[in-house]
Write a protein that binds this ligand. Sequence first.
Ligand code: URA
Length: 193
Amino acid sequence: MDNLETISQEISRCQKCVLAEKRTNAVPGDGNSNAEIMFIGEGPGEQEDLQGKPFVGQAGKFLEEMLETIGLKRKDVFITNLVKCRPPSNRDPFPDEIEVCVKNYLERQIKLIKPRLIITLGRHAMERFIPGRKISQIHGQPKRLVNHETGEKQIYLPLYHPAAALYHGSLRETLIRDFKKIPKILEKVNQLK
Ligand code: URA
């Protein structure tokens, strides 16, 4: 039987793409294994690479602050990324890196955790699950789609990335506003099944 610990161990030894060469630590993800909400970012940055944990830098601090505004802590949710190793100089992960990492690890994490709501952070994570759309047009709107890998219906909520909101002040209020919708969206999702 697959489990999150096995997946984390595989990730820490993973050599399936070039991102393995320069990492200090792989960053499998952490939080509640029964989480109703799973956050998926893009990939580890410098601090995450050093500490082996997702969202522990500036963007992570902001994410935690926003979680608190809706009465949640990191331990209540599961936080991970599309790719589990830091892309050098924080470049965007390449499509083949995303593909191999999602297929081998993220999809298994999703299957085990079975979140009610997957919240994508930023356009890369959005594009993987809700392809061909613009984040500026669909942020903050829940989408019910079949996950092609698992074959199951899944609700996604695309949000701007907290780092983008830190760099572009105009997005900050939008992200905070979208975040505040999460409890109502989750309530509705829980009424669906
Ligand atoms: N940005 C991400 O997308 N993920 C992290 O873990 C940290 C910053």
